[in-house]
Design a protein around this ligand. Structure first.
Ligand code: URA
Length: 204
């Protein structure tokens, strides 16, 4: 590719991203997490999928979307004809934020300041990958990409714009589907999610 390997604003490249991320102190989340979790996927991917933050399993593996939410995403993506191997999959926040509860680590939502601090990393990934379209999974990703923290209820399924004009398709987070207890409701929400992924596949 004719793209410069070294990014204008820093010496960090996708190759050195992980070690730089592990040393990040832009916000306090990283102090408790096991490691930073960079995005994953081909550098020239046309679609970038952005989640919230690594979960318990992602924090241990050092890879995005490998736990329950990731498996659900993979299944829905396959149904929608969206090839994960051809997309760059990452998160708005790169470290796992949690509170310890006995042996368990309970997920905590990153706040607006933490999302803003981690934008530095997301922007680096966007400059290196240069996707044609973005898919925001949930309110945290939507805030990071559009600047608006408004609820997903009225926004999901719609296309907004990132500050540089890149189209951002908004959808719910797969973890939301996992939390729905009613089977009928869950099936309906899953079908709507697959429909959003189909739209994202057409955007790129
Ligand atoms: N949820 C996310 O938003 N990202 C992950 O990587 C895993 C779970």
């Amino acid at each position: 590719s004719d793209r410069p390997k070294s990014l204008m604003e820093s010496d960090v490249t996708l190759e050195t991203f992980k070690s730089a991320l592990d040393a990040c102190h832009r916000c306090p989340i990283g102090d408790c997490a096991t490691q930073g979790v960079p995005g994953e996927g081909p550098e020239g991917a046309r679609l970038m999928v952005v989640g919230e933050q690594p979960g318990d399993q992602e924090d241990l593996a050092g890879r995005p979307f490998v736990g329950p939410a990731g498996r659900l995403f993979d299944a829905c993506a396959e149904e929608a004809g969206l090839d994960r191997a051809q997309t760059y999959v990452t998160n708005a926040v790169k470290h796992f934020k949690f509170t310890p509860r006995g042996k368990r680590r309970l997920h905590q939502r990153p706040n607006a300041g933490e999302i803003k601090a981690c934008r530095w990393w997301l922007d680096l990934e966007r400059k290196a990958v240069r996707p044609k379209a973005l898919l925001a999974l949930g309110a945290t990703a939507a805030r990071a990409l559009t600047g608006s923290g408004e609820a997903m209820t009225k926004r999901r399924g719609k296309v907004e714009e990132a500050e540089d004009g890149t189209p951002v398709l908004l959808s719910v987070h797969p973890a939301y589907l996992l939390r729905l207890r009613d089977a009928g409701q869950r099936a309906e929400a899953r079908a709507a999610f697959v429909e959003d992924l189909r739209k994202a596949a057409r955007l790129k």
